[in-house]
Unconditional design. Structure first.
Ligand SMILES: *[C@@H]1O[C@H](CO)[C@@H](O)[C@H](O)[C@H]1NC(C)=O
Ligand SMILES: *[C@@H]1O[C@H](CO)[C@@H](O)[C@H](O)[C@H]1NC(C)=O
Length: 390
């Protein structure tokens, strides 16, 4: 049978209608699959979709045997503590010549930005912006909105931060980094102590919250783990936002005095003499506790949702720590008590290796950042190939 012109038109019309119909059907069903529950930390972050192949100029990195980075500014942490990047400008990866740079660092945390609530348009303040090509935005903030430009405006820049979320970060493009240690007090002889030679089984000493995602620290499930014998979980209500809430709703502080007395009766460093140490989410899923616990040879137990564990391309975290969703806190003690001894010992061994190799001090942390950045090239640039031995 020949297709004359009229039949052709009919056929075209038919396919057009089929096309229209499927399109309509897709349109109607799609939003339903894409709905994200409105739990606050299952973030509405929306970064431009990017990967090394689609958002990076490899040619910029050819000219030098080392990865060279130009920085627009110096690290300006919002937190009162200096970050481990403060020495970066004097490292061998730093260049003051933007023409030679493979990467451009912009530290977006600044007290000034936060206080003035300025969300600078990066294209207008960074002279080599080029829609973010080869740029890295560095942030230690709890929330993206604390100090960073609007998410959609970051162009092709990648993120090096403590606040990355598994549902929104761009794997092998963005890099999760840890919060620094606030307490540096773990005595070296503690680190070498085997997991079952320790005074406690599981410990935590820290703040609890009345709001935000760290609110679970005020729950019975969390505080109730405390048994006063080998499990010590002690909390304090003292915190700026809590104080504000207490002025409005004094009833929420009912247990604060009792908690405070218990809190003060335990010494932080002594509590690190424990097989396991809790590193729960607080104002963000990242916890200062994580590195503190690791520094003592204690196995971290993370509690948090949607958290991208730091340097996850370098570290096999599942061989070291355990992690529980906020809804599953009741499982922590039964699970830990049931772990075979050999498993706990192997975990501690790997945790200690991880700490020594990637996390132990400022220089090591900077090295891990550089290694993570180089690993993004997946071997494409032979000048930056790094050695991996487990
Ligand atoms: C990529 O980098 C090379 C070398 O610096 C440069 O010549 C080229 O124009 C860059 N391409 C883009 C899209 O910026
Ligand atoms: C840790 O606890 C064990 C068991 O109670 C004790 O023998 C050891 O001296 C403690 N070590 C440190 C460094 O506190």
């Amino acid at each position: 049978m020949f297709l004359d012109q009229r039949n052709l038109v009919r056929l075209a019309l038919f396919f057009f209608l089929v096309f229209l119909f499927t399109g309509l059907l897709l349109l109607l069903t799609m939003p339903r699959c894409g709905i994200i529950p409105s739990i606050p930390w299952q973030f509405k972050y929306a970064f431009p979709r990017c990967s090394m192949e689609s958002c990076f100029n490899f040619s910029r990195c050819d000219s030098s045997p080392e990865l060279l980075v130009y920085s627009y500014n110096s690290p300006q942490p919002i937190k009162p503590t200096p970050t481990y990047l403060h020495n970066f400008p004097s490292s061998l990866w730093h260049t003051s010549d933007p023409q030679k740079a493979c990467l451009f660092f912009y530290y977006s945390d600044s007290q000034a930005n936060k206080e003035a609530w300025i969300k600078p348009e990066l294209s207008s303040i960074l002279p080599f912006w080029n829609n973010g090509l080869n740029h890295v935005i560095i942030t230690f903030a709890d929330k993206w909105s604390d100090s960073n430009p609007p998410q959609h405006s970051i162009g092709m820049a990648s993120i090096l931060g403590t606040l990355l979320q598994t549902t929104t970060y761009r794997p092998e493009f963005d890099i999760s980094i840890p919060l620094p240690r606030l307490n540096l007090g773990a005595p070296p002889r503690l680190t070498s102590l085997e997991p079952f030679e320790r005074k406690y089984f599981l410990t935590f000493k820290g703040r609890r919250y009345f709001s935000g995602q760290g609110e679970f620290r005020s729950s019975v499930a969390f505080k109730g783990m405390h048994n006063g014998v080998d499990v010590i979980v002690v909390t304090t209500c003292k915190q700026g936002t809590n104080d504000k809430i207490l002025r409005q709703q004094p009833w929420r502080g009912a247990e604060c005095n009792k908690d405070q007395t218990l809190f003060e009766s335990y010494d932080y460093v002594e509590l690190l003499n424990s097989t396991f140490g809790l590193a729960p989410a607080g104002r963000s899923p990242a916890s200062y506790r994580m590195l503190e616990v690791l520094s003592a040879g204690t196995i971290p137990i993370l509690i948090g949702d949607n958290y991208v564990r730091p340097f996850n391309t370098l570290i096999q975290w599942q061989d070291c720590l355990l992690q529980f969703p906020i809804s599953e806190i009741h499982r922590i003690l039964p699970t830990l008590r049931a772990l075979p001894r050999g498993d706990v010992e192997a975990r501690q061994k790997y945790c200690r290796q991880v700490f020594d190799k990637f996390l132990k001090d400022d220089n090591t942390l900077v090295n891990s950042i550089i290694q993570s950045l180089k690993d993004r090239f997946m071997g494409t640039l032979s000048n930056f190939a790094t050695q991996h031995t487990k």
